[in-house]
Design a protein around this ligand. Structure first.
Ligand code: GLC
Ligand code: CA
Length: 576
């Protein structure tokens, strides 16, 4: 029976395959395009400016489509491009069906989407519906009077009932999520900034509006949605008191509340089931049980979610590799049989990959960038690669608060001031972990402003752009960029890298992260040195090395099953 099944699968995939490799490599039954996707995240504001206003735009992305395709990625996740006053760079939407004028027009969008599809690249859009902008028409109406039909699109608390129970806000300069509005003598709720009022998901009308927006984009042909901050969307609208100090663990109180799963089921029914779109939530709840409830296939909610435990272990003063390995292995095993993971170490809310998890000193930057990209592209789960990390771009580390643009950094500063906290410590932490570190303009070449803009960039270009840029790396066989391309090609040619079982070797090794991936006869071994010193590892006898598939350095030292790795060396072998 098993043999027949294998033959059927082989025939099936031989029939529809565009790549003869697949003849030998049947995919699992539950294969899905979004599991095999390699996602490239673009922060449009910082990618490429074409009209000299210093802000990246859709025409800039169109201009760079061949570059994006050349990376070997198969999908793009675009941060919000909708009409927005940009209190939080597009995460405050004032018209969900309009394109932000800084970024271009709907015509540009349509051309961009066609251009992506022509190149075999799918498009995933950010959907920001835990909150809208306070400049959205819904909020303007809602705010205008207590009996306005849009009143219940948001959460209001009439002041005559007294002050509502404390709610923590991530971006508020006082940390307060209730904002008093004298117009109707009421408070409104904002988990993020004052200009990002939370939408009332308990209102079925609001939910239908959101599904309608999602269908609008799905009809245009977009291939997926990333649900921003969605784990916070449902609320207990009686707003009970939370215990003192709850804000230190606010996820426990904010995530996965009330009817969230019902809303997701409804969204699945209304939107996801009708189109070939993937869905991914930012945030995976409070624990594995929550995460599974979001993504297990038979529940018909979402395809993927991503959690922060993996990135959160890197503190401003570093992280411990054993901890890192333990976290990634624990998550893998929790999803080994059911559900699907997202793998990422950086995005627009994090500092730069190499500065945070590797080593951006000149002698180590290239090796450690390549090593980290190897990790992301060889784990089980869908890899999310952030623009610029394919070059090894680094943190900018501003010195003064005036240089920062990010509302989280600026209001965080005010909060520390308000509370009489340690400003110097705050600034030290910002230098290494601020979100602006990950938002500096893409470094295309060595011309002024790295070829990003002919004007003044909205956020300064990193001064190292003359050394780190696409143009230089294109012509260097051994660049971080060309290594990234080899890795995406390797992953696409070897389903074991997507679907294979993961198993860690020597969990306690302090500097080397090694694991095998196994899918039937296809077997690989990944060995990564996360340290700045040479380090060695003896492999178990059960592993017989076949051949070396990739190496991020020029040489390799191996004596039988003893492997000696140079600082930040990354090796992938096929094994028997
Ligand atoms: C998410 C986004 C972040 C944004 C926040 C509020 O965390 O990734 O950039 O600031 O939601 O929308
Ligand atoms: Ca522009």
């Amino acid at each position: 029976m098993k043999n027949i099944l294998t033959i059927v699968l082989i025939l099936l995939f031989a029939g529809c395959a565009d790549n003869s490799e697949n003849d030998k490599k049947p995919l699992p039954e539950n294969a899905k395009w979004w599991k095999e996707a390699i996602i490239y995240q673009i922060y449009p504001r910082s990618f490429k400016d074409t009209n000299g206003d210093g802000v990246g735009d859709l025409k800039g992305i169109i201009e760079k489509l061949d570059y994006i395709q050349s990376l070997g990625v198969t999908a793009v996740w675009l941060n919000p491009i909708y009409t927005s006053p940009n209190d939080d760079n597009g995460y405050d939407v004032s018209d969900y069906k309009g394109i932000m004028s800084d970024f271009g027009t709907m015509e540009d969008f349509d051309i961009m989407l066609v251009g992506m599809h022509e190149r075999g690249i799918k498009l995933i859009m950010d959907v920001v519906v835990n909150h809208s902008s306070d400049e959205h028409e819904w909020f303007k109406q809602s705010r205008s009077s207590r009996d306005n039909p849009y009143r219940n699109y948001y959460h209001w608390w009439p002041a005559e009932k007294g002050k509502p129970n404390y709610r923590y806000s991530l971006f508020d300069e006082k940390g307060e999520a209730w904002k008093y509005d004298s117009l109707t003598n009421s408070y409104y709720l904002h988990y993020f900034s004052q200009k990002q009022p939370d939408l009332n998901w308990e209102n079925p009308k609001l939910r239908q509006e959101v599904y309608d927006i999602m269908k609008f984009w799905a009809e245009k042909g977009v291939d997926g949605f990333r649900l921003d901050a969605f784990q916070f969307a449902a609320k207990d609208t009686t707003f009970p008191a939370f215990p003192e100090g709850f804000e230190k663990n606010f996820i426990d109180y904010y995530a996965m509340q009330g009817n969230l799963h019902d809303y997701l089921k409804e969204m699945h029914e209304e939107v996801f089931s009708k189109y070939d779109v993937m869905s991914v939530a930012e945030g995976a709840g409070r624990n594995f049980e929550d995460a599974h409830m979001l993504v297990d296939e038979d529940r018909k909610e979402l395809n993927m979610a991503y959690a922060f435990e993996g990135v959160d272990i890197a503190r401003p003063d570093g992280y411990e590799l054993r901890h890192f390995k333990e976290v990634f292995s624990r998550w893998d095993s929790a999803f080994a049989k059911k559900g699907w993971l997202s793998i990422f170490l950086s995005n627009h809310d994090q500092a730069r990959l190499v500065s945070r998890f590797g080593n951006d000193e000149p002698q180590f930057r290239e090796a450690s960038s390549k090593m980290l990209n190897t990790f992301i592209l060889s784990m089980r789960g869908t890899p999310y690669c952030y623009y610029g990390d394919e070059l090894g771009m680094t943190n900018i580390g501003f010195e003064t608060i005036e240089e920062y643009q990010d509302i989280a950094a600026i209001n965080g500063y005010k909060k520390v001031q308000n509370q009489g906290g340690d400003i110097e410590e705050y600034m030290r932490n910002l230098r290494v972990s601020s979100r602006d570190n990950g938002r500096t303009p893409m470094q295309w070449d060595d011309s002024k402003n790295a070829g990003f803009t002919t004007g003044t960039p909205w956020l300064p270009v990193h001064e190292n752009y003359k050394k780190i840029n696409v143009k230089l790396q294109e012509v260097d066989e051994s660049s971080v960029l060309n290594y990234f391309r080899k890795l995406t090609a390797l992953r696409k040619a070897n389903p074991v890298m997507t679907y294979g079982d993961y198993s860690m070797i020597q969990p306690d090794h302090p500097t080397i992260y090694a694991f095998t991936r196994i899918l039937g006869e296809e077997k690989m071994l990944v060995v990564l040195n996360f340290g700045e010193k040479q380090s060695s590892m003896g492999l178990p006898e059960s592993i017989e090395i076949d051949k070396l598939l990739t190496n991020n350095l020029n040489s390799m030292h191996r004596d039988g099953n003893l492997i000696n790795l140079q600082p930040y060396q990354a090796l992938i072998f096929s094994i028997n």
